[in-house]
Design a protein around this ligand. Structure first.
Ligand SMILES: [Zn+2]
Length: 105
């Protein structure tokens, strides 16, 4: 097994930060609104979709972000749905690296 820890560190850090932030927002919203968990999760999904749309818009046109990402809505949304499904799956044996590989394509 060969792993470059330095190369993986930023991704792990981002993963932990996103999980912590979204979990906090979820718990706060459930407690404050009294809405069922599934309703709040749907709101979270809607927020995520809106963020995707904003990020994609910022990468189009001559004044777009120069980072090199070229949004492809169909493929990008497939990747998001796949990541959601795998992360939520009760089958813990699924290898999350396959999702990360898709995200880097
Ligand atoms: Zn960019």
């Amino acid at each position: 097994m060969h792993h470059d820890r330095n190369a993986l560190a930023p991704e792990k850090q981002a993963s932990a930060h996103m999980a912590q932030s979204i979990r906090h927002a979820f718990c706060t919203a459930v407690n404050a609104s009294g809405l069922p968990p599934m309703a709040v999760l749907e709101l979270a999904s809607m927020a995520l979709g809106a963020i995707y749309k904003e990020a994609a818009a910022a990468h189009r046109g001559s004044n777009g972000c120069p980072c090199g990402w070229h949004p492809d809505a169909a493929a990008d949304l497939d990747a998001l749905r796949l990541a959601l499904g795998i992360a939520a799956s009760v089958d813990a044996s699924v290898d999350l690296r396959s999702v990360q590989a898709l995200g880097n394509g």
